[in-house]
Ligand binder design. Structure first.
Ligand code: NAP
Length: 244
């Protein structure tokens, strides 16, 4: 049987780990990338396998094209490359005048160029199969902006343009491309924020709380799956309603 494989970048923790668990539970083979901790990746593999799912961890830096090609080659050992979730992302915040070129480039390289490189490698297979679904993890900050995050918001707004253009390119090959724009979600990324900033953020959210990674994962899984077969080129906010 030709199993459907979904590649998830930055999969070993936070939103990526939650996405991997939901997709594995839906019977997709999940190939999840990590860069820093082999131990965390193996722990997630064990957790998913105990529940009857399949999770293949692959070390890959999304900024490196040969790493992205290698992820796709690995995925092909397990079945058809059907889905891709470009989730890997970092922040490197500062006000514009204090932001170094390194702060800027590191975020654009990982969040935007990384998605480009990974998509280029995976889309080749999807086009061949005339079937596929790509989900890019953007952010509400890419839609509304945020002081102190010109690099991050530019990368996430870039992903929105990338999504819309690619949806036009690949639609006729039956490959759908959508994005999810999460608001404030409880992960390592937001745990760095000061209590004062967190409180201010909660006040700007209509649901008056941060979201959980699982709440983003369910929407991503819907967009990957055939349940969303007529949704293409959309940006779906998962933010509890937010006014930044
Ligand atoms: P997180 O807990 O900090 O996890 C980030 C993930 O990205 C990790 O798995 C990390 O891998 C991976 N990563 C970082 N640099 C990488 C690289 N060069 N190559 C490959 N993987 C790399 O973040 P998160 O909160 O789960 O965020 C996941 C995505 O959601 C990001 O794109 C983020 O911008 C977006 N998002 C998050 C929020 C939020 O409030 N948390 C809101 C909107 C959007 P390692 O574990 O190996 O280090």
């Amino acid at each position: 049987m030709n199993k459907k494989v979904v590649i998830v970048t930055g999969a070993s923790r936070g939103i990526g780990a939650a996405i991997s668990k939901v997709l594995a539970n839906l019977n997709y083979v999940v190939v999840g990338t990590f860069v820093s901790s082999n131990e965390t990746a193996v722990a997630l593999k064990n957790e998913i396998e105990e529940l009857g799912g399949t999770y293949i961890p692959v070390r890959a830096d999304v900024r490196v094209s040969s790493d992205c090609e290698n992820v796709v080659a690995e995925a092909l050992n397990y079945g058809q490359v059907y889905g891709l979730v470009n989730n890997a992302g970092i922040t490197n915040d500062n006000l514009l005048l204090r932001m170094t070129e390194e702060n800027w480039r590191s975020v654009i390289d990982t969040n935007l160029t990384g998605a480009f490189l990974m998509t280029k490698a995976a889309a080749k297979e999807m086009i061949k199969n005339r079937e596929g679904s790509i989900v890019n993890i953007s952010s509400v900050v890419g839609l509304y902006g945020n002081a102190g995050q010109v690099n991050y918001s530019a990368s996430k707004a870039g992903l929105i343009g990338f999504t819309k253009s690619l949806a036009k390119e690949l639609g006729q090959r039956n490959v759908r491309v959508n994005a999810v724009a999460p608001g404030f979600i409880e992960t390592d990324m937001t745990s760095k924020l000061s209590d004062e900033l967190k409180e201010k953020a909660v006040q700007s959210i209509y649901l008056k709380r941060f979201g959980r990674a699982e709440e983003v994962a369910e929407v991503v899984a819907f967009l990957i799956s055939e349940k969303s077969s007529y949704i293409n080129g959309e940006i779906i906010e998962v933010s509890g309603g937010i006014a930044l």
